[in-house]
Design a protein around this ligand. Structure first.
Ligand SMILES: Nc1nc2c(ncn2[C@@H]2O[C@H](COP(=O)(O)OP(=O)(O)OP(=O)(O)O)[C@@H](O)[C@H]2O)c(=O)[nH]1
Ligand SMILES: [Mg+2]
Ligand SMILES: [Zn+2]
Length: 266
């Protein structure tokens, strides 16, 4: 029997097989083969005692959020509480790009937006790069429906800071998910890490992954990665004169040329 790990808790795993969820242990030989298991893994259960006895090769695997076999990332950022950070959005997008995982962006708490112009221009810049953006709010202006249409048949993993509204968004997608919602602490200036574990929730023939929020962002991205994988740069960096161009003060830089032409956002 072949299924997907949708959550893990102290050495037991929930495995989803054709609409049925089994709580199972891994067989000892997995450890022996040094195969650790990750939420998102496709695993084989033996038909007799329903233990995991093998794991299939992953198409990808992220360290943060810790999950595998991701079809797309949904980067969630709030426009207030915590404040909108373009730097973080671009950092997440770069991380997704480095891992060759397509991504979309949801901007939440639009009902409380202060600087709408700034948000619109960010959206335009992202859309120019082919990145879908959805405005999410607690009022009727929410673009939730468009977002849902993009979740069908896919494993979509949500990532973002603590308190931006990842779990809230999942509950608006389908209230029966009943995810616990945390609060935003104005004193701390961040959320309170309500969600503690990665969990995949079956949805429209695919899965949505709720994940613990980031506080600070310790992704291993070096300046060379940024120069290569920053959204929009991937198409052009190979045409720079220097192969290790950081697109700063180097001569004959294709990226800077595209910025001058208005193809890439300044
Ligand atoms: N006004 C407004 N508040 C929202 C919206 N979405 C979420 N919130 C609030 O933001 C706070 C944090 O929401 P959560 O859904 O727990 O955030 P999270 O991203 O899952 O946080 P972690 O699990 O800690 O990573 C709660 O108080 C929500 O009510 C929104 O669209 N508008
Ligand atoms: Mg949460
Ligand atoms: Zn360059």
């Amino acid at each position: 029997m072949n299924g997907k790990i949708i959550s893990s808790l102290r050495g037991t795993y929930k495995v989803y097989v054709d609409g049925v969820v089994y709580t199972v242990f891994p067989k000892g030989n997995l450890k022996f083969k040094n195969k650790h298991l990750v939420v998102g893994d496709q695993v084989i259960l033996d038909d007799e005692n329903f233990m995991i006895f093998d794991v299939l090769d992953r198409k990808n695997e992220l360290i943060r959020p810790k999950a595998s076999n991701i079809d797309q990332l949904l980067i969630v950022m709030s426009v207030v509480e915590p404040d909108l950070s373009m730097e973080l959005i671009y950092k997440f997008l770069t991380y997704a790009n480095m891992n060759e995982i397509p991504s979309m962006v949801a901007l939440t708490k639009m009902d409380k937006v202060k600087n709408l112009q700034e948000v619109h221009s960010l959206r335009q810049n992202l859309e120019k790069l082919g990145i879908k953006v959805f405005y999410i709010s607690k009022d009727e202006n929410s673009e939730l429906k468009d977002l849902k249409d993009n979740l069908k048949d896919k494993t979509t993993v949500i990532m973002g800071q603590t308190g931006v509204g990842k779990s809230s968004l999942i509950n608006s997608i389908d209230e029966s998910f009943a995810r616990a919602i945390g609060e935003y602490s104005t004193a701390l200036g961040r959320g309170k890490h309500q969600t503690k574990e990665v969990i995949l929730l079956p949805y429209l023939n695919g899965f949505i992954g709720d994940t613990p929020g980031f506080s600070s962002l310790e992704l291993n991205i070096y300046k060379e990665d940024l120069a290569t994988y920053f959204p929009g740069y991937t198409d052009y960096y190979l045409e720079c004169y220097f192969s290790n161009c950081l697109h700063q003060n180097e001569k004959e830089c294709k990226v800077k040329e595209k910025i001058e032409e208005g193809i890439l956002a300044k």
